[in-house]
Design a protein around this ligand. Sequence first.
Ligand SMILES: Cc1cc2nc3c(=O)[nH]c(=O)nc-3n(C[C@H](O)[C@H](O)[C@H](O)COP(=O)(O)OP(=O)(O)OC[C@H]3O[C@@H](n4cnc5c(N)ncnc54)[C@H](O)[C@@H]3O)c2cc1C
Length: 429
Amino acid sequence: MAGANVSGHAEKGTVVVIGAGVIGLLSALEIQSRGHDVIVVDGGNPGGDQSASYGNGAWLSPGAIMPISVPGLWRKIPGYLLDPNGPFVIRWRNLLGLAPWLWRFVRAGDSWEKIAVCAKHRFALCHDTVEGHLGFAKAAGVEHLISRTGLMFVYSSKADAAPEKREWDMRRQFGVSFSEIGEAELRELEPGLAPHYSFGMRLNDGAFLRDTRAYLEALAALLASRGGRMVRARVTGFSFRDGRLTAVKTDRDALSCTKAVIAAGAWSASLAKAAGNNVPLVSERGYHIVLPEVQDRPRTALMPFDGKMAVTPTAAGLRIAGQVELASIATPPDWRRTDILYGYAERMFPDAVRGMNDKTAQRWLGHRPSTPDGLPSIGPSSFSNDVVHAFGHGHSGMCQAPATARLVAAHIDGSPAPFAPDAYRPQRF
Ligand SMILES: Cc1cc2nc3c(=O)[nH]c(=O)nc-3n(C[C@H](O)[C@H](O)[C@H](O)COP(=O)(O)OP(=O)(O)OC[C@H]3O[C@@H](n4cnc5c(N)ncnc54)[C@H](O)[C@@H]3O)c2cc1C
């Protein structure tokens, strides 16, 4: 391999990581720990609200093995197109442009055999997420931002959980630890939860972040304290000589380097194309609302069976994050979607939320970087091994970030992959 030393490892050069979301920052730290100089370049600040990593549900789930597309989904799509209040909407005017992605998305989940394979590769990325994040958080001095109370799905009855039995069985097969929580225990654990929830499934080893912005800022500070450079600029392309990377081009100065990582979240497709790959990537737009005035917050992060949203007690308030809106990145936000999230919070915690002044609520729109097959694109680009993909983590980028970082660092370093890398190859599309 060109650029490799006698041990087979890449020579230690300068690596530019494009994007300071959770994937870029953890990849940069992991690459730096292997002796490379690292520059992280982003058009915004680390932890800024332009990134999905800032505004998500903050769940670190070792059980995030299921893709969104599962058998039977296609039957629900007409309903999604017609119901403006459902958890999944497609903006009509974007339908034509999204059709090829949607077709692949539905096909990727059209049999349980395909789901089982996908779940295996998702498990490799998420099973040790909490330990992975704790390692970085400890080094950055922000271990207290990770709350290890487990994560709980709540249902109105055990019967409501029955349609998800297959998912839970798969988690059991992989050894994910979870417990059924009966009504009495649920009341004890979450006394503020509305009485129409009477059953829970708790991921015992799950955790959540109390403050995603502070966490990302701390990761960036750790990187800088170890000699990494943060550059504020927008990357526009790459310069190659004889198939080897020489620089990353930006809207300011070009950054000389020997390797680069594309970790630009939902904005990665054009950069991937510049390095030789057409990756079908869309923004599954999502929203959050944070209610700072809610004093009586749940003790752990919850997900209601009917709303499929994360309800997370963050430092800034009760954060309700969810909704899937398929529309282009440039489409203006539809803030009515945050009213839907607010409605759920009210129904879940009537005493704490009802009648609250929702004028103090913070509302946010973000972009999940989503491939159709539920797996990210990780690995060397087709044009040059020097440019490595690290994007497309969809709904689970926080969970998948530590394992992704290890895999990306192995690709950069030329060291053995920590787990089977082929499933994530950019060339599979
Ligand atoms: C509502 C919602 C809830 C979610 N809940 C969870 C959850 O609970 N758990 C979980 O695991 N995941 C969750 N996710 C998904 C998770 O947030 C994402 O998968 C993850 O944050 C993606 O991280 P990233 O670093 O790839 O992208 P981002 O965080 O979006 O970062 C990409 C960065 O790249 C920068 N960038 C883009 N283009 C360029 C360029 N040309 N030059 C320089 N910089 C550029 C951007 O400014 C941005 O800062 C949720 C997402 C949403 C929207």
